[in-house]
Design a protein around this ligand. Sequence first.
Ligand SMILES: Cc1cc2nc3c(=O)[nH]c(=O)nc-3n(C[C@H](O)[C@H](O)[C@H](O)COP(=O)(O)O)c2cc1C
Ligand code: SF4
Length: 388
Amino acid sequence: MNQDVKVKSKSESYGHVFRELKVGPVTLPNRILFPTWQLNYAETDGSVSGKLMKFFTDLADGGCGLIMTGCAVVAPGGIPFNRVMHIDADKYIPGLKKLFAAIKERGAAVGLQMVHYGRQSSTSVSGDVLMAPSAIPCPVMSKYDPQYQVREMTAEDIEYIRNAFIDAAGRAAEAGADVVEVHACHGYLLNEFLSPYSNKRTDAYGGSVENRARLIVEIIEGIRARLIDRIAVSVRVSGDEFVEGGLKPGDFKEIVPMFEKAGIDMIHVSAGVYESMERIVPPKSLGLTPHVYIAGRIKQFSAVPVCAVGSILSRGLEGADAVLADGKADLCALGRAQMADPYLVKKSRAGREDEINQCKHCNSCTFWTTGDPEVYCAVNPDYKKPGL
Ligand SMILES: Cc1cc2nc3c(=O)[nH]c(=O)nc-3n(C[C@H](O)[C@H](O)[C@H](O)COP(=O)(O)O)c2cc1C
Ligand code: SF4
């Protein structure tokens, strides 16, 4: 655990975790979030499957306060997996409606993350020339994909993508989501626009920080204009890209007020891009809570709630409670901890920490490094790799 996050004793019973939090028009029952995971559990057409339904309803039964589903693709093209969730057509609304209702009737709030992969995809898999703010190949994907091709987006492409995100948010709202999250982290398309590392445009969408933020701002404004007060809007950013010439926490002093003015209700602070992959799902070697300080820094610039993430692992909810007590974030995302045991929140609240299936911090779930077709977990018996 980072020295700046002190773990308090269980006897304090997670008083910081079990407090409601208002995020825009939504009241969360507690401060624990499940961050979006690309699970590859959807049907092959991108609709909600029985496996997704089980995964997310278990988390809701387990006491998680806000469950972020997705990531769901907002537009066809450049999609690197064939079992990713989709939100790029109205036909996906009925399945999402059932999923969101099932989560909400269990007492959790539900969100949907919306994504476009940009240059961090594969031409071989998707069959497409990839789109990005600038025609700069992703150093990671271009190495692995012999057919890799990327092109600079035109003004028409930008308009198309802006509308695709706004339409997707409309569909999520129609399906009953409490929160929509704009995926602007981990080096995907909107992160590529925001970052001086991947955006070398010379038009109104490149250059100054205001120009680089423009597409995200327009998307947020568009969502807000369409949905007014019905739904909370979150934006997920990489608060430090951990690459030379990339975004650093201090850059958000200018960025966050722009997002807030556009209408966000929450900012979720992750880290890393593909070249700094270890920051996206931090391994054991980076220690516990390696990125909480970034959320803490960005919180200094934010009027809206801030979510911290990254190896907030402990026996029960001690780690998350300590982060909240320190005032570095308003809520904590626990991904692997809740993959290992979706009932972690409920068991912790009941003082049954001994019964929690502990995450081993082994990263066997990172299927893109293991070559697995979908997410498996080394300790959750429901998601064990077949044959193991
Ligand atoms: C299998 C897997 C899939 C992921 N997919 C996404 C995703 O679709 N969108 C996203 O923003 N983050 C994604 N992430 C990152 C997680 O949301 C989260 O930031 C990461 O697991 C670190 O949190 P943790 O230490 O609590 O697990 C993924 C992580 C894993 C392990
Ligand atoms: S595979 Fe390993 S790191 Fe991933 S959730 Fe399971 S125990 Fe944790």
